[in-house]
Write a protein that binds this ligand. Structure first.
Ligand code: ZN
Length: 330
């Protein structure tokens, strides 16, 4: 956290000079981003754009922790629909510039915001990929920030009962959560969250017994191709369930099509699906063991509640930990 804290101090010390409300900007850090950032690299190159996020490698759940941050600078003018040419993000290592030299200028109204870009490009999520009411276990809140770029803006979604339990508590055949089949999310259909081409998938990894997660890299997943370097990723499918649905890489599937079943493969302790927008760089550092960087997006519309009822229909929304979500009113 050392560099991160130092960076925040720099932001807070620069902003008063610009007449900004420091408190407000500090809290906007993740949610609304900063514009007009200029980073001067050690070789003199200047990188300009919107600072969307800073990926921190000083606290990791797995892998080697290091005092390094990756600054995600967004510039819509560098976007290309060809993934090999898409430079809409520039990922800059804190090793390559002096964090004291970062400049944060007032927003440039002539440059499209990342959020508007996501909306216009159709990189937001059309539907929750499940039937019925589900439960958000985690968003950009705790452990997702420590996964080396794999999950910073992912939603971990599972199914709970009226009391918020993930699994059966008693009754015939209930193993108190120690069998995957005890878990309400287990083997539930997973639907296409958006219409698109499935670029690739894996579903040959075994499912873990609950609470015995494997290291990352052994998760069954689907990558849905959007445009440029952007992909929607869904992770932790049940072994064999994608193939069983007849899914073929390179085919286009309509939103709502069943593509697999919820499993517990790879870095998953309890059956759930991890869903995120990835930006996969063809140049520069790449996040998530080459799968890309988890970047922000939102649901186009979703019924949301903090409890099991009284859901409200929200648009362009990023549900957070503990919220109940559904495509239908509940
Ligand atoms: Zn996750």
């Amino acid at each position: 956290m050392k560099y991160f804290q130092r960076w925040m101090l720099i932001v807070l010390s620069i902003l008063p000079a610009l007449g900004c409300d420091t408190q407000k900007v500090a809290t906007q850090y993740v949610e609304e981003s900063l514009y007009g950032t200029v980073i001067t690299l050690r070789d003199g190159t200047k990188v300009r754009g919107e600072l969307v996020y800073v990926y921190d490698f000083s606290k990791l759940i797995f892998g080697e922790e290091r005092d390094e941050q990756i600054y995600a600078i967004f510039d819509p003018t560098k976007y290309s629909p060809d993934p090999r040419q898409d430079r809409s993000f520039t990922m800059i290592s804190s090793n390559d510039f002096d964090p004291n030299s970062i400049q944060i200028n007032p927003p440039n109204p002539n440059i499209q915001r990342y959020e508007d870009f996501v909306r216009e490009m159709g990189f937001s999520i059309e539907i929750l990929p499940f039937n019925g009411m589900w439960h958000v276990l985690e968003y950009n809140e705790s452990y997702h920030r420590k996964e080396g770029g794999c999950g910073n803006f992912a939603w971990d979604i599972l199914k709970t009962d009226q009391l918020g339990n993930y699994h059966c508590q008693s009754g015939n055949g209930c193993n108190h959560g120690y069998s995957v089949s005890d878990h309400y999310a287990w083997n539930q259909p997973v639907l296409m969250p958006i219409t698109g081409f499935i670029k690739e998938f894996r579903d040959d990894f075994p499912d873990n017994p609950p609470y015995l997660e494997h290291p990352p890299g052994s998760s069954n997943y689907v990558l849905i191709e959007l445009n440029g370097g952007y992909y929607l990723g869904l992770v932790h499918f049940r072994q064999g369930s994608i193939t069983a649905n007849g899914i073929k890489p390179g085919n286009r599937y309509e939103v709502g099509t069943e593509i697999g079943r919820v499993g517990n493969s790879g870095f998953s302790a309890v059956p759930h699906i991890h869903m995120t927008l990835f930006w996969k760089a063809s140049v520069g550092p790449n996040g998530c063991r080459g799968l890309g960087w988890s970047v922000p997006t939102f649901f186009q519309k979703l019924y949301i509640s903090d409890t099991n009822r009284n859901a409200e229909l929200k648009k362009d929304v990023q549900p957070h930990k503990g919220q109940r979500v559904s495509n239908d009113r509940f």
